[in-house]
Write a protein that binds this ligand. Structure first.
Ligand code: TXA
Ligand code: MG
Length: 335
């Protein structure tokens, strides 16, 4: 039915875009779609073959579970059990960049490949076009970020095309993603709220709703997002964080008004946000890392980015990108 040797890039302004995406998804094919966080590689979460195609296209081992995207709270409740706090969080932040890890309900209908055999499932309601597509399909979409496993999450259709090349039949082009960082992942366990991955919703906004402090997962802890390897989001170039000076031959990822010493030596400069606005910086992060990586520089010097709010998620992604590259163990896989 589809010729996967020629990915089709289709603007979401094309009147047939949603119809084409829904028809492919309904037929068990995979489609890259824009969400407000990053582009997702979507498949019908109830169809095992479709989900397997996602793993194949990403080169991601199937042990790492995927997020199930829903168009309504009712759809989420049809396969996941909500405790009171998770429900409060969903009501406050959905649709939006928050993912909740919840117990799978009985007779859930979600294919086991999606949750990688766990008895929990990660659930998120995205905004805009992606939500509309799910509503039209009438079934949840399993969708990881639409990049090859271990590389930077794509925030444009072009980045998807470069990362996944000819592995997918359709890429919907919705322009750059508004948030530009993956969703925040939390899990409520016996009333304790665990932060499994910082992301598009800042931790303090979540604490405002839960009334208690978010607990951060330590490495080796039982509560983990399996995709949270230290080396992740890896560009080809080495990354040198908190750089106050630029060395010969480096590219520079800048932030704010004050330049690192010797910035004039940089092969290329990208500024995450000249106004030091963390929301703008988050939205620019992956695309700018991608540009600098493509410049051929062997090292990317990164100016300090303040912590707090979205700064925590940005620094998390930067330190993963800077971590020594590791061989990926089979039970904990970069997503
Ligand atoms: O913003 C986002 O979250 C994007 C867009 C497309 O929605 N998706 C995304 O998916 O970042 P992915 O697959 O790249 O990352 C999903 C993360 C992984 O770290 C995975 O291990 C974790 O969610 N995860 C999924 N199911 C889980 C579960 N049941 N328990 C713990 N962690 C889970
Ligand atoms: Mg990912």
């Amino acid at each position: 039915m589809t010729d996967t040797t020629h990915p089709v890039l289709l603007s979401i302004d094309d009147p047939s875009a949603v119809d084409q995406a829904v028809a492919l998804l309904d037929g068990g094919q995979i489609v890259a779609i824009p969400t407000e966080t990053v582009y997702g590689l979507a498949a019908d979460a109830t169809n095992g073959e479709a989900v397997a195609r996602v793993f194949a296209a990403k080169g991601r081992p199937s042990f790492n579970p995927l997020i199930c995207h829903v168009s309504s709270l009712a759809m989420a409740k049809s396969f996941a059990d909500f405790d009171d706090l998770s429900l409060k969080l969903a009501e406050r932040f959905w649709p939006g960049p928050l993912t909740l890890v919840l117990p799978l309900s009985r007779d859930h209908g979600i294919h086991p490949l999606v949750s990688a055999g766990l008895d929990t499932v990660a659930v998120r309601m995205p905004t805009g076009l992606s939500r509309h597509i799910i509503e039209r399909l009438g079934r949840p979409l399993a969708a990881p970020s639409a990049n090859r496993s271990g590389s930077i999450s794509p925030t444009s259709a072009d980045a998807v095309a470069r990362s996944l090349g000819n592995a997918i039949p359709l890429i919907l082009d919705g322009g750059p993603c508004a948030v530009g960082l993956e969703s925040t992942i939390v899990k409520v366990e016996d009333g304790t709220v665990w932060l499994l991955r910082p992301g598009g919703v800042a931790a303090d906004s979540i604490e405002d709703v839960t009334g208690g402090e978010l607990k951060t997962v330590q490495s080796g802890s039982a509560v983990q997002a399996p995709g949270q390897l230290s080396s992740h989001y890896a560009p080809r170039a080495a990354m040198r964080l908190n750089a106050h000076a630029v060395h010969e031959g480096e590219a520079l990822l800048a932030f704010g008004q004050d330049r690192a010493a010797g910035a004039g030596k940089a092969l290329t400069v990208q500024n995450l946000s000249p106004d030091a606005d963390l929301v703008e910086a988050a939205a620019n992060l992956f695309a700018m890392m991608d540009v600098l990586d493509g410049s051929g520089a062997l090292t990317i010097a990164v100016e300090p980015v303040p912590t707090g709010g979205l700064g925590d998620a940005i620094n998390d992604r930067l330190s993963r990108a800077a971590a020594p590259r590791q061989t990926v163990p089979v039970n904990a896989v970069a997503s």
